[in-house]
Design a protein around this ligand. Structure first.
Ligand SMILES: Nc1nc2c(ncn2[C@@H]2O[C@H](COP(=O)(O)OP(=O)(O)OP(=O)(O)O)[C@@H](O)[C@H]2O)c(=O)[nH]1
Ligand SMILES: [Mg+2]
Length: 510
């Protein structure tokens, strides 16, 4: 397959089976998402094949007729009419022409096949791949996870590489992973996925172990000679150890950050492309990667809320979720997603302009449950309301969302006022649970001023001959610890006629 960016782009077709119970709209949303995933990989999608079936074909996912139709499309770039090729329909194939061919103005005129003899057809079927130089499609993308043998059979029959949804997502993660941790996590998931597929290929290739260029053969320069079962296992173990070491480092760093106070942490979660990084940028005045492609962000970044608040609120951006996020990936990204599980508040960002947003909410909720973050306080943020249509449509959509999701935020990350309102909501959330106390800081302990001012909001300050009296508000653990050290001694409090501290227990400790 062509991967050189200067070369013509890889041409892909998308293939999907519509199972009973899956509506046309659901199928559409899912197929469109796969097309977007393909675009993220830089592929040009030149056609879509869908088929209604009671179940996946055990041999090759799609029915045999549809597979032959696809082979002709791969070879000739055009479809024969159904009547010219009735042999291509099998019993459970939907006879409707459920194929769309995307317009490709620059494409060479397609060679139409003429009537072929049975012998020619047999010969054609015997070849395992269409001629890579003349074929019209480089890869078939299948909208489900299929078994290694289904993938292999389909490859042989359609004459080009086949990638299933999982493989597509793994490939995107592989290309986008930047940090050492993310790269190791993605490699584990890829090895786990590819191991059985490479074995399947080796089995089919026979004792000579002829190397194929198909699924998983690309990218990392592996051959299945090198990647036998034992080697894969060893490599996975090695990577897991590396990740475990990084985890220890990360936990230590995190513990150090949290020393003395429980930090206010907001974590942005949600479906890929919902606008998490855009919101992160707007809320923290930082510069994370924002891109109109799926899975732009793979690494967690952490920044403080801007304009700054006291106490500081940290905001984290995380990797997006998607339908059928490969299980291995969820497992490998667990440590990254742990950030979410440790949040004080989750902002679940939803793209309100996406017709499939309800399903995206469901998927996100499922992944959150899987990482044990289902019970954390959470605010649903319906973003991109500006993309819903005209002002009237927007206000209707907003009313419907508010009725259905009480306490949600409806906004556009592109409107400053909306971002400011979200900032205020966050500030209010973290002030709700705050404690207040009076502290007395003797002149001899003025070196502590910095710590107090950075961890608490100082509501009032009075000075006398002995030191400074501070009325502070902050998170209960911080205020408690400060009160223990600097709480007003009872005698002094009486003398000053000061107000009772709000936390009498804390004052006793001082
Ligand atoms: N119209 C509109 N577009 C938005 C809004 N917020 C974000 N976008 C666009 O949506 C696209 C995706 O935004 P990102 O912030 O990268 O999305 P993300 O959730 O971080 O995506 P991943 O990192 O892939 O999970 C970009 O093209 C943004 O410019 C919004 O409120 N309105
Ligand atoms: Mg992002």
């Amino acid at each position: 397959m062509r991967t050189d960016p200067n070369d013509t782009p890889t041409r892909a077709v998308v293939a999907a089976v519509q199972l009973p119970g899956v509506s046309d709209v659901e199928l559409d949303v899912s197929v469109n998402e796969l097309r977007e995933l393909a675009k993220t990989l830089g592929y040009e999608v030149v056609g879509t094949f869908t088929q209604k079936r009671a179940s996946f074909d055990t041999t090759g996912y799609l029915g045999v007729g549809k597979r032959q139709e696809m082979r002709r499309f791969v070879e000739y770039g055009a479809l024969e009419s159904a009547s010219a090729d009735d042999e291509g329909l099998d019993a459970d194939d939907d006879p409707m022409l459920d194929v769309t061919v995307d317009e490709r103005p620059e494409a060479a005129p397609a060679k139409r096949p003429t009537a072929r003899s049975g012998a020619a057809r047999a010969k054609e079927a015997a070849r395992s791949a269409a001629d890579p130089d003349t074929r019209h499609v480089d890869v078939v993308l299948v909208d489900h996870e299929i078994s290694p043998s289904q993938a292999r059979n389909l490859e042989i029959e359609v004459g080009c590489e086949v990638m299933d949804r999982t493989m597509v997502i793994l490939e995107i993660f592989h290309r986008h992973a930047r940090s050492r941790a993310a790269r190791a996590q993605v490699e584990i998931a890829r090895l786990g996925y590819m191991g059985p597929r490479l074995r399947e290929a080796a089995k089919l290739a026979g004792p000579k172990g002829r190397q194929r260029s198909g699924t998983g053969g690309r990218g990392a320069g592996e051959s299945h000679g090198e990647l036998d079962r034992q080697k894969i296992r060893n490599r996975i173990m090695e990577l897991q150890e590396e990740i475990a070491r990084m985890d220890v480092e990360r936990k230590t760093q995190r513990a150090r950050r949290q020393e003395g106070s429980s930090i206010a942490r907001v974590v942005l979660v949600g479906y890929t492309n919902a606008g998490k990084s855009t919101l992160m940028r707007a809320l923290t005045d930082s510069d994370p990667l924002v891109a109109n492609k799926l899975f732009a962000t793979l690494d967690t970044t952490v920044r403080a809320l801007h304009p700054p608040t006291v106490p500081r609120v940290l905001v984290s951006d995380t990797v997006g979720f998607i339908k059928n996020l490969p299980h291995d990936l969820v497992a490998s990204f667990k440590s990254t997603l742990e950030e979410a599980a440790e949040a004080s508040l989750l902002l679940h960002v939803v793209d309100a302009s996406d017709p499939g947003f309800e399903r995206q909410i469901k998927v996100t909720d499922e992944v959150l449950a899987e990482i044990g973050a289902q019970d954390l306080p959470r605010i649903r943020v319906f973003n991109k309301i500006d993309g819903v249509g005209d002002a009237h449509a927007q206000s209707e959509a907003e009313a419907a969302l508010r009725a259905r999701y009480p306490d949600c935020v409806v906004m556009s990350a592109r409107r400053e006022a909306d971002v400011a309102a979200l900032h205020a909501t966050l500030r209010a959330f973290f002030q709700k649970g705050l404690a207040e106390a009076e502290l007395f800081l003797p002149w001899t302990s003025q070196n502590m001023r910095g710590e107090i001012f950075s961890t608490c909001e100082v509501l009032e300050e009075r000075a006398d001959a002995e030191g400074a009296l501070l009325r502070v508000r902050g998170d209960p653990a911080t205020v408690d610890s400060l009160s223990k050290r600097f709480g007003l001694p009872a005698g002094l409090r009486a003398l000053l006629g000061g107000a009772e501290p709000t936390d009498p227990e804390a004052a006793e400790g001082g």
